[in-house]
Design a protein around this ligand. Structure first.
Ligand SMILES: O=CCCCC(=O)O
Length: 457
């Protein structure tokens, strides 16, 4: 079986396949990464800043080429792929510019004589396991802070992203990184477990499904390795009675249908206060029906195919289950019959707790809209989920929205903003959405040795 391959989801055709690493090659890669860490851990902060800035330059220079690679790998429209690369560039620059300050010694005020401080050092070789939905961005969130920390990295990307994985490794090499500082590895799940178990590997960061998260955490736990998990979400998007309707509709559309709805923090459950439910639903349906679905290489396409045949089959099964149990389809609701992995932008209403879509993450272009009697009912519905990643609140009364934010069981709340991220803002969730944070200062503190140095008088 060819595990690492590019299959264009717009056509269903396999374009290229890549050879999986042998066990021996993986052992060598780990040893190289460890050797690179031994040198990199004592490199100057100036050298680290220069490397990350050079990486950012190369993302800028190769923007078009890199964008075309992921459009082919996972179907993201070309202009959205370009935006992803711009965000990646800003993440590398953010850590290049702010990393040295985050790594400064922290003096500790002592009650007695002497001096003490926390110094921050790299921990060693880290493994990143990254998904296909934002092939460059997900890697940047892990790579930029950890290269700045003085760690070295092994990257196991999704089997459908071998070409972007290779392009990212090449960028590090071309930017002047020492051989072994950033290594791409085409590994199977079994080999990945062996990498986690290897004594030279100190930690693992995974962005992906709950299934992958619990498999990785289990192996990491057995071998006492630190883990960061950024898993799924079924984020609520709450529209209060005093929301600006135009903003709410526009941000719900972006929040649910950008990247064909394939984002952990997408606005998957739209919960609308009863007094504005009809108005919102009518305007939202009209907006969803105007989404331009088509060739992801074309400039005016907003939504391309889903990432793979498997993705479209799973989504279709969830939607069919809901329809069979009485959910209403306001628009869409079906697989587009043409070669490739296409699904119509869809709105479901009348969803009840017996349906799979009520509890499961919907990783595709399907919005569920709930009618909530009032604010309390909106909070109850929002929190009735095993996930706890993010939430959006739409209201013109900021005090009301802030109070409501305090009642939501999530890691992140956006008020009057579509879900999204920025290099300086920590990203992560609670409950079954995982633990740990990426981005911002918090993202640098996950895999760092906060070494205490105490000096007696
Ligand atoms: O799957 C998670 C993607 C997060 C995208 C974002 O940061 O907005």
């Amino acid at each position: 079986m060819t595990m690492y391959a590019v299959t264009n989801p717009a056509t269903g055709n396999m374009v290229k396949s890549f050879t999986q690493a042998t066990d021996e090659e993986i052992r060598q890669k780990i040893a190289h990464a460890h050797q690179a860490y031994r040198e990199w851990r004592s490199s100057s902060l100036d050298k680290r800043t220069k490397l990350l800035n050079r990486v950012a330059d190369l993302y800028e220079e190769r923007r078009d080429l890199l964008a075309a690679i992921i459009t082919r790998e996972m179907g993201k429209p070309l202009f959205q792929a370009g935006i992803e690369i711009d965000i990646v560039t800003s993440i590398y620059r953010y850590y290049a510019n702010n990393g040295p300050e985050f790594l400064a010694d922290e003096p500790i005020a002592l009650d007695g004589p002497g001096k003490a401080m926390i110094r921050k050092e790299g921990m060693g070789v880290l493994l990143g396991i990254m998904p296909w939905n934002f092939p460059y961005y997900q890697v940047a969130r892990f790579a930029a802070p950890n290269i700045m920390n003085g760690n070295s990295l092994l990257l196991k990307h999704a089997p459908q992203c071998p070409e972007s994985a290779k392009a990212m490794e090449q960028i590090f090499l071309d930017a002047g990184a020492a051989e072994g500082l950033y290594i791409n590895v085409y590994a199977s799940n079994e080999q990945t477990a062996d990498i986690i178990a290897d004594p030279l590997v100190q930690g693992v960061s995974l962005t992906g499904s709950e299934r992958a998260g619990s498999a990785v955490a289990e192996v990491a736990g057995r071998h006492l390795k630190k883990v960061v998990l950024e898993l799924g979400g079924s984020d609520p998007f709450i529209v209060l009675s005093d929301a600006n309707m135009e903003t709410a509709v526009q941000q719900a559309l972006l929040g649910r249908f950008a990247n064909a709805g394939q984002a952990c923090n997408a606005a998957k459950r739209i919960i609308v206060e009863s007094s504005v439910y009809d108005e919102f639903l009518a305007a939202f349906t009209q907006a969803v029906e105007s989404i331009k679905v088509g060739d992801p290489m074309a400039d005016d396409t907003f939504m391309g195919p889903l990432s793979s045949e498997l993705a479209v089959e799973s989504l279709n099964a969830q939607v069919r289950d809901a329809i069979n149990q009485g959910a209403r389809v306001n628009t869409g609701g079906y697989r587009i019959e043409r070669a490739g992995a296409w699904f119509m932008p869809t709105i479901l209403t009348g969803v009840t707790s017996e349906m799979r879509v009520y509890r499961e993450e919907l990783f595709g272009p399907v919005a569920i809209v709930f009618n909530a009697e009032d604010e309390n009912e909106a909070v109850r519905l929002a929190n009735d989920s095993a996930y706890g990643l993010g939430a959006v609140i739409q209201s013109t009364d900021i005090n009301r929205a802030r109070q409501l934010a305090d009642r939501l069981d999530v890691g992140m709340v956006n008020i009057n903003e579509a879900p999204g991220s920025a290099p300086e803002i920590p990203f992560g969730g609670i409950k079954r959405s995982g633990f740990g944070r990426e981005l911002g200062r918090d993202g640098m503190e996950e895999f760092v040795n906060r070494k205490v140095v105490r000096i007696g008088e």
